[in-house]
Design a binder for this molecule. Sequence first.
Ligand code: IPD
Ligand code: CA
Ligand code: CA
Ligand code: CA
Length: 268
Amino acid sequence: MARTALLNVMTQAAIKAGRSLVRDFGEVENLQVSRKGPGDFVSAADRKAEEIVRAELTKARPTFGLVMEESGEVEGSDGQHRWHVDPLDGTTNFLHGIPIFATSIALERAGEIVAGVIYNPVMDELYTAERGRGAFLNDRRLRVAGRSDLHDMVFGTGLPFIGKGDHGRTLRELRYIMPEVAGIRRCGAAALDLAWTASGRLDGYWERSLNSWDIAAGILMVREAGGFVSDLQGKNKMLDNGDIVVGNEDAHKQLLRLLKQAEAPAQG
Ligand code: IPD
Ligand code: CA
Ligand code: CA
Ligand code: CA
C-alpha cells in the first residue's frame, strides 16, 4: 500500500533521527549525560534526535503544534494539529548499550490521534499507522496475537524509576499476574511495547504514569492492528492519566481483571 504524504513526512523524520541515534549508540561512552531525577537520564543523543524530528516536522507542516519530551510544548498557529514526539524512547537501554529503543511520533488532530510512526533503527523496523488504514511493520500489515488462553500469553510491562510510582503496587500487580501467564517482559521502551503488541510479539502490555509522547503513536498502532486499548479503569483516558492496558480482546479483558484484583486484594 502506498504511503500517504503525511506518513512520508513522519517516517522521514523518524528515520533521520534513527540514523543519528545509531551513530551516537556506537559511541555511547562519550555522550554527555545528565539526570532529570534519580535514575532518569537524558543525553545529548536524546536532544539531537529531538532537534532533527522537530526540524523535519516543522519544515513540512509549519502551522502544527508540538509536544516534545525534551523541549516541551510549542503551540501551533492552526489550533487543530499537534505532534507528540519522543525522540528516544528507551534512554536507559540506550545508555547501557541495550539495542532496544525507538523514535515515536504521533499526530493529533482535533483531539484524536490520526497517525503514528515508531522506528527502531537498530532492527530497522518501521511501524506505521493511520486511522482507518491499518498498521504496518515495514510493508507488512499487522494483526494483534490470536491467543486466548492466559497461560500461553506473554505480557510486557514497565517498572517505575527510583522514587517514581508506587513500587508496592507494582509488586502486587506482578504477584497477581505472574502465576497466571507464560511470561512477563520489561523491555524498557513503552513505544516498542505497544508496537510489539500490535505485531503480536507480545499478547498485551500494561504500564502506569506514562506521557503522551510515549504512547500516542502506539495506541493507534494497537487499535489499527485490531487490539483493545484502555486505561486501568477500562476508560479511554490514557492520554490524560498516562495509564494503559492493551492486548487482543481476551488479553485486554484478563489483564484488566487481574489488575483490578491486585488493586483490591480479596480479604482473608
Ligand atoms: C521510558 C520508557 C520506559 C518506561 C518509562 C518511560 P524514556 O521513556 O518508555 O519503558 O517504563 O516510564 O519514561 O524516558 O526512555 O523516553
Ligand atoms: Ca526520558
Ligand atoms: Ca519515552
Ligand atoms: Ca525519551
